[in-house]
Design a protein around this ligand. Structure first.
Ligand SMILES: [Cu+2]
Length: 158
C-alpha cells in the first residue's frame, strides 16, 4: 500500500514538474482525470467566481463524464480555476507562492487550469475518468486560504 502511494505521489510530482516547468499542457490521463474533447462534452456546468468563492462550490459528476466548465469571474481581481487532487493542488500552491515571491505572475492556459481575468469568462473541458473526490481551487496567493475551493465528487459511471 505504501509503495502504491509512493508511486502515485511521485507520478503526480513528475506530472506537475513537467507541466509547470516546461509549460507543457497535460495531454494524457492523470489521477484526477484527463483533458476532454469538445466533441465529447456531456454537460455544461457554469461556475461563478465571486467574493473569493466558487459558486457552486460542490459539484457532482459521474465517472466518464466530460464537462465543459464556463467560468465567469465577477470579482475585480484575477482568479484561477484549477482541477486536481489534493496533492496536485498543494504542489501548485507552493509553486504559485514561489513564483509570486520572485515577482512572477503565473497564468495558465493548461488543460486542467485556466486563469480568468477580472470580469472575464473562461472555459475548460475536462473528462472525469476516475472516481474520487477532487478539488477545484484558486491557488493565487491567499485565495485558497480565503475560501476559493470547490469539491468535485466523481461517482460511479452512469
Ligand atoms: Cu482567486
Amino acid at each position: 500500500m505504501k509503495d502504491i502511494l509512493t508511486v502515485l505521489i511521485t507520478g503526480t510530482l513528475l506530472l506537475f514538474q513537467v507541466s509547470a516547468g516546461a509549460h507543457e499542457p497535460i495531454t494524457g490521463p492523470t489521477p484526477f482525470g484527463e483533458p476532454g474533447k469538445p466533441s465529447q462534452v456531456d454537460r455544461v456546468i457554469k461556475v461563478d467566481m465571486k467574493s473569493m468563492r466558487f459558486d457552486p462550490n460542490r459539484i457532482k459528476v459521474s465517472t466518464g463524464e466530460t464537462i465543459r466548465f464556463v467560468i465567469t469571474n465577477s470579482d475585480p481581481i484575477d482568479h484561477e480555476f484549477v482541477i486536481g487532487d489534493a496533492a496536485f493542488q498543494d504542489l501548485h500552491r507552493k509553486e504559485m507562492v514561489q513564483m509570486a515571491q520572485m515577482g512572477h505572475v503565473m497564468t495558465h492556459v493548461d488543460s486542467n487550469a485556466v486563469t480568468v481575468g477580472a470580469g472575464q469568462t473562461g472555459k475548460l473541458i475536462w473528462t472525469f475518468s476516475r472516481e474520487g473526490r477532487f478539488e477545484i481551487d484558486c491557488n493565487i496567493e491567499g485565495h485558497f486560504e480565503a475560501g476559493m475551493s470547490a469539491i468535485v465528487d466523481v461517482g460511479p459511471a452512469n
